[in-house]
Design a protein. Structure first.
Length: 290
């Protein structure tokens, strides 16, 4: 009597492995195809809208250039980093070095909660407290503070993780040599954690560059160049052009919207390239320490 055909265990594993790789490839195609389509459309239409006037003229209604929006974006993001970077880095150092008690757990929990708050909620909160409550109106300071509140949790978490990855033996060696705790943190642990901190800061910049909702409530919009005022004066920014002008039934508005989207993508790309270069330069210093 013939024996029934039995598939070996190795053959079954090969079939399941092939099925898993096929599903992974299909999932990647489903995710990558819309992304590549968006990038291709933005780059193609954005590059065709680039011109010398785009960088030298301010927005005039739904036409003109983007000088005011480019300048405003840089001002808002730079202002956000001025507030967020010191607070986030110091909070991350505290959580990694001293945050093992009840207060540290509370700070870490609040950090996670703040990271999960929708950006439009932060924008509305800042509108009520800063724009209306303090009377700042639409302004650079209100927009920068809102972006800073939004990105502080990310900087703090990147800093905490970076310090926790520093070998404990290095700290013990510093204490054995009689170094104070502050010296161990700033002279021994900080240089090794610096690439991770830089990653968090650049990640925060990328997030701030792409935000629209909180700035609509706090920074407003202006067709003019920033005049240096921190309050009582709205400011332009690129994401407003993307959000508002793409809905206009005019070719000039669409051109500005795609050009603004291309510039935002280009800025994020420059940040990623700079981050990778910085990490490559810092890697020999980290691996060379035994």
């Amino acid at each position: 009597m013939p024996q029934p055909f039995n598939i070996s265990r190795i053959t079954r594993r090969k079939w399941f492995s092939g099925l898993g790789w096929g599903l992974a490839a299909a999932s990647f195609v489903l995710v990558a195809t819309p992304l590549l389509d968006i990038l291709f459309t933005v780059v193609r239409k954005g590059m065709s809208a680039l011109s010398f006037a785009l960088f030298t003229q301010v927005t005039n209604g739904i036409s003109g250039g983007l000088l005011n929006a480019i300048t405003g974006t840089l001002v808002l993001v730079s202002g956000a980093l001025v507030f967020a970077a010191p607070v986030g880095i110091l909070a991350g150092i505290y959580l990694s070095e001293f945050g093992r008690g009840r207060f540290g757990r509370a700070v870490r929990f609040l950090d996670d909660v703040l990271a999960g708050v929708p950006s439009i909620v932060l924008g509305y909160f800042s509108y009520v407290t800063l724009v209306i409550g303090l009377g700042w109106q639409f302004s650079v300071l209100a927009g920068s503070l809102t972006l800073a509140i939004m990105v502080v949790p990310y900087i703090a978490r990147f800093t905490e993780i970076s310090f926790m990855q520093v070998p404990g033996g290095l700290r013990e060696a510093g204490y054995a040599l009689g170094l104070r705790e502050l010296t161990v943190i700033t002279r021994l642990a900080l240089p090794l954690a610096l690439p991770g901190i830089l990653t968090g800061v650049l990640f925060a910049i990328a997030i701030a560059l792409g935000e629209t909702a909180p700035l609509i409530y706090t920074a407003g919009w202006s067709n003019f160049l920033w005049n240096g005022k921190l309050i009582h004066e709205p400011i332009g920014y690129l994401t407003y052009v993307i959000w508002s002008f793409i809905n206009q039934p005019y070719r000039s508005a669409h051109a500005l919207a795609f050009a603004a989207a291309f510039l935002v993508i280009l800025m994020v790309l420059i940040i990623n390239v700079g981050l990778n270069a910085a990490l490559r330069r810092a890697r020999p210093a980290r691996t060379g320490l035994r």
